[in-house]
Design a protein around this ligand. Structure first.
Ligand SMILES: Nc1ncnc2c1ncn2[C@@H]1O[C@H](COP(=O)(O)OP(=O)(O)O)[C@@H](O)[C@H]1O
Ligand SMILES: [Mg+2]
Length: 150
């Protein structure tokens, strides 16, 4: 299947992410990890993709009204597109700072809210984009390269 850029998409999967569902939280990232393992990708690449997917998923669970993660796997890349339906991030620069978190006390008691999710996504990604509009939602786009020989 050729996409708009003419890059061949080997596989495309979409996972729904429910807000506040701490029973299923992490499921999308786990399924993606298993899929990448089945495809036989480099363990270091899989690890980076799994970290980015997990942190993106948890942010949707914890901070948003719910959303979706769409992953396209091409011969050279893993593209993770994570979108939610709000409330959006008022100050993205602040949100990207290490240790910055708006997580509630209740969430922190569950072991989340260290404020390292977005910085870890950035570190794991070869390309990273985040767009957010208050009242509309947040879109995170992560690209991880996995070309043979890397
Ligand atoms: N999908 C999202 N929707 C709304 N706010 C978000 C989203 N993702 C991140 N944020 C905001 O950015 C902050 C930093 O995110 P992150 O680095 O993952 O830390 P943490 O999740 O531990 O708070 C969050 O506390 C939250 O305020
Ligand atoms: Mg987070």
């Amino acid at each position: 299947m050729a996409d708009i850029r003419g890059v061949e998409t080997l596989m495309s999967v979409t996972y729904d992410i429910a807000a506040r569902d701490f029973v299923r939280a992490g499921e999308a990232a786990n399924k993606l990890k298993r899929l990448l393992q089945q495809l036989g990708l480099d363990p270091a690449v899989i690890r980076r993709a799994a970290i980015a997917a997990y942190e993106a998923e948890m942010n949707v669970v914890i901070h948003s009204y719910g959303g979706q993660m769409k992953v396209d796997i091409t011969p050279e890349t893993i593209e993770i597109l994570c979108q939610d339906s709000g409330p959006g991030i008022p100050d993205i620069e602040q949100a990207l700072q290490e240790g910055y978190s708006t997580a509630s006390e209740e969430i922190r008691e569950m072991g989340f809210g260290a404020g390292m999710g977005l910085p870890n996504i950035q570190r794991s990604a070869d390309q990273f984009q985040i767009e957010s509009t208050v009242g509309q939602g947040t879109t995170l786009h992560v690209t991880i390269l996995h070309e043979a020989g890397e």
